[in-house]
Design a protein around this ligand. Structure first.
Ligand code: SDX
Length: 392
């Protein structure tokens, strides 16, 4: 019952892995994708560039990026039958459940994406998913809002086209350096990968059985949905709204968060790895001020969030447990300012994490890693004889 197991020599311990994609230092609050700091990438790169970097290991040249984007554009059509599957969901369906189902349903219309062994086959499956997943995200949002579906415009940039499919405003509004595009680019980059978190580990272990890329990503979406993981960005806004409705009494909620008998936790706070500021939270907090200022949006929950953060950083309970704001604490405030419904926040997290999941799946397959099979510490009954029902 020590919690420590000794594996037979040579057992392929698949509980953890080697990876060359993302580096985290939880004590120092460092995050790097393929050696580049998240601060530089969020400031200087765009999301498709970062997706290429994560998946293929190097920042693309101009021609490599153009070819990648062209190959994606060639695959952007989603089978009309998929709309019938989307329409079969009740309006009340949570968008994460819809997205996970639609991603799995894509397999039926793209059977060649399943049995991939060569890097070429993997590339074809990857560009199909990079092309069709944003369409599914946009369709899920528009279905939730009761709006007509849009196929986008392949003359636009990758993120510009996503914005057009989601918000459907005239093309003229979606160009480089537009406030909305810059905010989306930055948020998607900040969510793109994060080492072996719950949903990425899910993608790797499902992929290790060779179930295929789309099935692995569908499983990752389900793992991300949980409020302890990606679902926290929705839970943060619901928490802040609750505090606002309750008169903005942050001290009352700080006390609840520390009360062992109270299930309430400060959503958007704490992290398994970061025992310092989540570097993404610093960038998103700054971006929230900029985006809301640029858009002329005044959101009272931003002030409540800042008040909570200040109190928590000065509170001994939080200081002792090294609890800091994480990526989910401020992101919802920006999504809200962009007009994205609260229930869609975790879908936006999945959209950002897609290239990271793809990169981790590709790395695992190219390294021919064995099927994932973690072991356990058995704490159950020792052997005992069967008892007939009359004697139980
Ligand atoms: C993401 O792994 C990743 O990289 C994930 C992610 C990514 O990019 O993929 O970064 C994205 O999922 C961010 C996390 C989003 N989740 C939340 O914001 C939910 C709220 N946070 C907590 O549920 C919690 O902090 C976790 C789940 C994030 C981490 O949980 P751990 O590592 O299992 O820590 P723990 O629950 O053991 O907490 C240690 C102590 C406990 O107190 P003690 O029993 O030691 O007295 O800290 C307390 C906890 O009660 N604690 C909190 C708290 N988080 C931890 N107390 C109040 N509020 C909180 N938010």
């Amino acid at each position: 019952k020590s919690g420590i197991i000794t594996l037979d020599p040579g057992y392929k311990n698949t509980g953890s892995c080697e990876s060359a994609i993302t580096y985290l230092d939880g004590e120092q609050g460092i995050l790097r994708y393929r050696g580049y700091t998240i601060e530089e990438l969020a400031e200087k790169a765009d999301f498709l560039e970062v997706a290429y970097l994560l998946i293929f290991g190097e920042l693309p040249t101009k021609s490599q990026l153009e070819k990648f984007h062209d190959d994606i554009r060639d695959q952007a059509v989603v089978d009309e039958e998929m709309k019938k599957i989307l329409d079969s969901f009740p309006k009340s369906a949570h968008p994460m459940g819809v997205l996970s189902s639609l991603t799995s349903a894509l397999i039926a219309f793209n059977p060649s994406s399943v049995n991939v062994s060569s890097d070429e086959d993997m590339y074809r499956a990857i560009v199909k998913l990079m092309a069709k997943f944003p369409v599914l995200v946009a369709w899920t949002l528009r279905k939730k809002s009761g709006l007509p579906l849009d196929y986008g415009d392949d003359t636009l940039g990758y993120v510009e086209n996503i914005a057009k499919m989601m918000f459907k405003k005239p093309n003229k509004e979606y160009k480089k350096n537009d406030i909305v595009i810059n905010a989306l680019d930055k948020l998607l980059i900040l969510h793109a990968d994060h080492e072996q978190n719950c949903s990425t580990s899910t993608v790797r272990i499902v992929g290790s059985s060779h179930a295929g890329l789309f099935a692995s990503i569908s499983a990752g979406i389900s793992a991300l949905w949980g409020p302890l993981h990606g679902g926290a960005n929705q839970a943060v806004i619901e928490m802040l709204e609750g505090i606002k409705a309750d008169g903005g009494d942050t001290k009352k909620y700080m006390a609840k968060a520390k009360d062992k008998d109270d299930p309430f936790r400060l959503m958007g706070f704490g992290h398994r790895v970061y025992k310092n500021f989540d570097p993404r939270a610093r960038i998103i907090k700054k971006a929230a001020d900029e985006v809301l200022g640029d858009l002329g949006v005044v959101d009272p929950v931003l002030d409540i969030a800042k008040g909570l953060e200040k109190e928590a950083l000065e509170d001994q309970y939080f200081v002792d447990r090294k609890l800091y704001p994480n990526v989910d604490f401020y992101s919802g405030i920006i999504y809200r300012a962009l007009g994205i419904p609260t229930e869609m926040f975790t879908v936006m997290f999945a959209l950002g994490r897609l290239p990271g999941w793809i990169a981790q799946w590709r790395e695992m397959r190219l390294r021919n890693e064995p099927i994932g099979r973690p072991r356990q510490v058995y704490i159950g009954e020792t052997q005992r004889p069967f008892a007939d029902i009359e004697k139980r």
